[in-house]
Design a protein around this ligand. Structure first.
Ligand code: FPP
Length: 223
């Protein structure tokens, strides 16, 4: 079983547009899929589950859509995500939360604090996250610490410090790129691309990817 699976949840906007709904309706549906797939991943034995929920670029979308995403974050981090905490999952935010309103920052801090002893798994949610910004931040912290700059010391200052690198990154929605997600951590990650729009992504498709992962031969540059 892969230890760490990460997901780029793409296609919410198109899912909504196809139904003549506003884009924010796609994000609302996308959260339902997120909750169901995350639960399923932990039930399957995955230890680390990471999702790209809000990129550093997403904040430049129209205010109506940004506000809808912030509202969903406010709502779900104070309610549905607590079910994960109750089952021993540690909730961890990757990214620069200072962008969000104070009440949202407080909600994020609270759930992280309350779940930090969770030992059944780690649920990373990337919010106002960009991998290049993450690497630049890590190097700044590292230089300030006076430690030697090595591959391992950089890792320790990333938002995913002390976590294994992702075994799998899944991107839904048809595009085949990483879009500034986990660039440092994905050096040897197996990539899976699906044409399914995120709100339609199913547990069944997730399981099919697990089967395909087992068929891949990971050589890490060796023979
Ligand atoms: C990409 O679809 C998806 C996003 C930009 C946001 C994903 C966010 C969620 C699923 C919900 C986050 C909320 C919580 C509570 C974690 P897109 O809008 O780029 O879709 P498109 O490519 O079809 O336009």
């Amino acid at each position: 079983m892969p230890q760490h699976i990460a997901v780029i949840m793409d296609g919410n906007g198109r899912w909504a547009t196809k139904r003549a709904l506003p884009r924010k309706a796609g994000h609302k549906e996308g959260v339902k899929t997120l909750l169901s797939i995350a639960r399923h991943a932990f039930e399957r034995g995955v230890r680390y589950f990471t999702v790209y929920a809000f990129s550093t670029e997403n904040k430049f979308r129209p205010a109506d859509e940004v506000n809808a995403l912030v509202d969903l974050i406010r709502e779900h981090f104070s309610r549905s995500f607590n079910d994960f905490v109750k089952s021993g999952i540690r909730v961890n935010v990757l990214g620069d939360r200072q962008f969000f309103p104070d009440d949202v920052i407080a909600i994020l801090d609270k759930i992280e604090n309350e779940s930090k002893e969770g030992d059944k798994g780690t649920f990373n949610i990337a919010l106002n996250y960009g991998a290049r910004a993450e690497i630049a931040r890590a190097i700044n912290l590292l230089v300030q610490s006076g430690e030697e700059v090595t591959e391992q010391s950089i890792s320790r200052y990333l938002y995913t410090a002390n976590q294994p690198d992702p075994d799998i990154i899944i991107r839904t929605g048809g595009e085949k790129r990483l879009s500034n997600f986990l660039l440092y951590q994905s050096a040897y990650t197996e990539l899976f691309f699906s044409d399914t729009l995120w709100p339609d992504f199913s547990k069944n498709e997730f399981d099919e990817i697990l089967v395909k992962f087992h068929d891949r031969n990971r050589r890490y540059g060796k023979v």
